[in-house]
Write a protein that binds this ligand. Structure first.
Ligand code: NZQ
Ligand code: ZN
Length: 384
């Protein structure tokens, strides 16, 4: 195992009806910024529950956070946050809103009009405001991790920022909130979470039986319960997938593991340039990336075949190929594209993707940093 430090301070408040727990989680009188997205929380009753639980607080609202949250909008929220002397930012929504809440908590105290370059260059900040989350869409794990993925419209860029102090202090995971999700978002959530596990598992072999075993449980759970969630959206499937998606990216399974986020970085570029849902960019790229890297990943592919897909094939190469085929099949069953051509008439240009990676300073990817721009071109050719 590689050396690691792990501290996840987010208090998870899980279960049906738990939005009311906000009344205990937030001290009366706190100046709260309630951050939300395009208005789904007003249509499905979540907004009313949050407002009722925060009745003893001084609440300012800021709505309109976009899917794939936009820097320029968050900077407007930062001005409101400063003006109102906000003490807690509460993101109520999916990964986009929660990411925006964490980024806002980092930029608002800076008192700078345009801190993008400072933060993209890993510049340190002195203060980060406290964040809380009410999650309404299980997918990203954002509710208890330090990452915000932010899009800069002006620069046509989408990149991740990590700030440990922005991890939410608490996250309410009430599976009832998932009742109003449409099938597309349910599919996206399952595929995104599954991909997060693969990127912390299907890398280089290392002695980490605890992390690997836990990853396998998460993947088997998503394979079994993901389709059920999409078909029935019943309470058992909601709570199972909500918890699995949280565990998939809260730091635990990736601790001490060489990680490979290249599918995500290529996927972020596709979303920035072609406005395709996050999870659907991942399903388009990952099977081809695994084929391209099948030799380097042979050890873990063999384990993946056996413990996730119950493949009995003795030949390691054939077992690995079969496991990739089943992965692709699973993504298809979840209604997601597995080739770039599956999103026609959109035409995804490899040169554009490479140029995004260059502008994002993501020119070496992979667990061993040996995927460069030429390799990305090759992966996209396989994915065509
Ligand atoms: O905008 P609202 O009204 O909230 O509607 C949203 C949005 O239209 C809707 N929705 C959310 N909860 C709902 C609901 N509709 C009905 N009922 C509910 N209960 O669903 C749509 C998609 O929401 P969004 O938050 O964009 O989805 P998701 O959770 O998949 O988040 C995607 C974003 O997270 C980033 C992605 O890049 C993308 O920007 N990621 C963040 C990560 C992290 N912080 O660690 C890791 C991920 O890999 C990912 O990159
Ligand atoms: Zn993701």
């Amino acid at each position: 195992m590689m050396k690691f430090r792990l501290c996840n301070p987010t208090e998870i408040v899980f279960g049906s009806g738990q939005i009311s727990a906000l009344a205990d989680l937030v001290r009366p009188g706190t100046r709260v910024l309630l951050l939300y997205g395009g208005g789904s929380i007003k249509r499905n009753g979540i907004y009313d529950k949050v407002k009722a639980a925060l009745s003893a607080c001084e609440v300012t609202e800021f709505g309109g956070i976009e899917v794939n949250p936009v820097y320029e909008t968050i900077m407007k929220a930062a001005a409101v946050t400063r003006q109102k002397g906000i003490e807690l930012i509460l993101g109520v929504g999916g990964g986009s809103v929660v990411d925006a809440a964490k980024f806002l908590a980092t930029v608002a105290p800076l008192q700078v009009d345009d801190p993008w370059d400072q933060l993209a260059g890993q510049g340190q900040v002195d203060t980060v405001l406290p964040v809380g989350a009410v999650l309404t869409l299980p997918a990203t794990g954002s509710e208890s991790n330090p990452v915000s993925v932010i899009s800069h419209h002006g620069r046509r860029l989408k990149i991740p920022f990590a700030e440990q102090r922005a991890r939410p202090r608490f996250a309410v995971l009430d599976p009832d909130t998932m009742a109003s999700l449409d099938i597309r978002q349910l599919q996206n959530g399952v595929v995104d979470a599954f991909t997060h596990v693969i990127e912390q598992y299907l890398t280089l072999p290392i002695n980490a039986p605890v992390q690997h075993g836990f990853s396998e449980v998460l993947m088997r759970t998503l394979v079994e319960w993901g389709p059920r969630l999409v078909e029935r959206n019943d309470p058992e499937a909601r709570e199972t997938v909500m918890w699995a998606a949280n565990q998939a990216l809260n730091g635990l399974i990736g601790a001490g593991i060489p990680q490979d986020w290249s599918t995500h970085m290529i996927g972020h570029a596709i979303t920035a340039l072609y406005d395709i849902d996050h999870a659907r960019t991942l399903s388009m790229v990952m099977p081809s990336l695994l084929r391209f890297r099948s030799e380097a990943k042979a050890g873990m592919l063999q384990r993946y075949a056996k413990f996730v897909w119950d493949i009995a094939e003795a030949d390691p190469k054939r077992a690995g190929e079969e496991a990739i085929r089943r992965t692709e099949d699973f993504f298809r069953r979840m209604g997601c594209p597995v080739r770039l051509s599956d999103v026609a008439p959109i035409v995804i240009e490899a040169d554009e993707i490479v140029s995004h990676l260059e502008r994002a300073k993501q020119t070496t990817l992979e667990e061993s940093q040996d995927i460069g721009l030429a390799e990305v071109q090759a992966i996209l050719r396989i994915a065509a």
